[in-house]
Design a protein around this ligand. Structure first.
Ligand code: DQB
Ligand code: GRF
Length: 219
């Protein structure tokens, strides 16, 4: 089986990275991780990659003059590892549009809200503060405009009255972990197409666990 080559970019604990590592360890999963890049030294996500025997690189943004030179170093690492699909997984630096455009329709992010609600940071606090009954998570393509790219998959998660930002983050995270590999599989199987502002999914007929209303294309 041909495997889609993934690059994963992290800044921290890397639990979403772990979900991708675990998925890629399954023989019939159509992707493999060729490099993990962290912009922060010493984070636990790097140890996860190392433990799994996956190449990991630290590109500390503080070692670079500006965003462009940092991103050039990232780009070089991605190219030398033949990355075809770039997965942001808790990567916390905003990327310039010149970098984003190089990865147009080839870069994903996981965001802990039901986009377009609660773009940016502190999503769980904000959803609770707003009195939302549901929040969730979103896998989307990355475009220059922050957290605004075409939505691939979403899961809704109910908010309980007693939820705190911490308990809610934990609940949502479990769905992030099942959705991210699912989105990678759909892309590797060539079942996702970007049309304007929407990502359309081919043959998503059965209500797969945790996936809400994927937009179908073709038949
Ligand atoms: C992120 C969402 C928000 C932030 C980071 C990542 C953020 O506000 N960080 C604090 C500022 C740090 C800094 O100065 O860089 N989600 N780039 C583009 N578009 C995106 C998404 C993420 C990361 C980079 C995007 C991104 O949608 N251009 C991941
Ligand atoms: C996740 O909640 C993700 O949605 C957000 O940052 C967090 C990263 O967690 N973008 P981890 O590093 O994958 O554990």
């Amino acid at each position: 089986m041909r495997k889609l080559k993934l690059g994963v970019m992290i800044s921290g604990r890397g639990s979403n990275l772990q979900s991708l590592i675990d998925a890629c360890a399954r023989a019939n999963f159509p992707a493999e991780i060729t490099v993990v890049i962290s912009n922060r030294p010493g984070v636990y996500g790097l140890a996860r990659a190392e433990l799994a025997g996956i190449k990991q690189v630290t590109i500390d943004h503080k070692d670079y003059e500006n965003r462009e030179t940092f991103e050039d170093a990232v780009q070089e690492e991605l190219q030398s590892n033949e990355v075809e699909l770039l997965c942001l997984a808790g990567f916390m630096r905003i990327l310039n549009s010149s970098f984003v455009n190089k990865w147009k329709d080839r870069m994903l992010n996981v965001h802990p809200s039901l986009l377009p609600a609660f773009k940016g940071l502190h999503t769980h606090e904000r959803a609770i503060e707003a009195g939302c009954r549901f929040t969730g998570c979103t896998i989307h393509y990355v475009v220059p405009d922050l957290d605004a790219g075409p939505i691939i998959l979403q899961t809704a998660v109910p908010i309980a009255e007693e939820d705190t930002a911490e308990t809610l983050a934990q609940k949502v995270l479990e769905y992030e972990h099942s959705m991210y590999p699912e989105a990678v599989r759909l892309i590797a199987d060539n079942r996702v197409r970007v049309s304007g502002h929407k990502a359309l999914i081919k043959d998503m007929t059965t209500p797969e666990k945790g996936l809400i209303n994927p937009v179908p294309f073709g038949s």
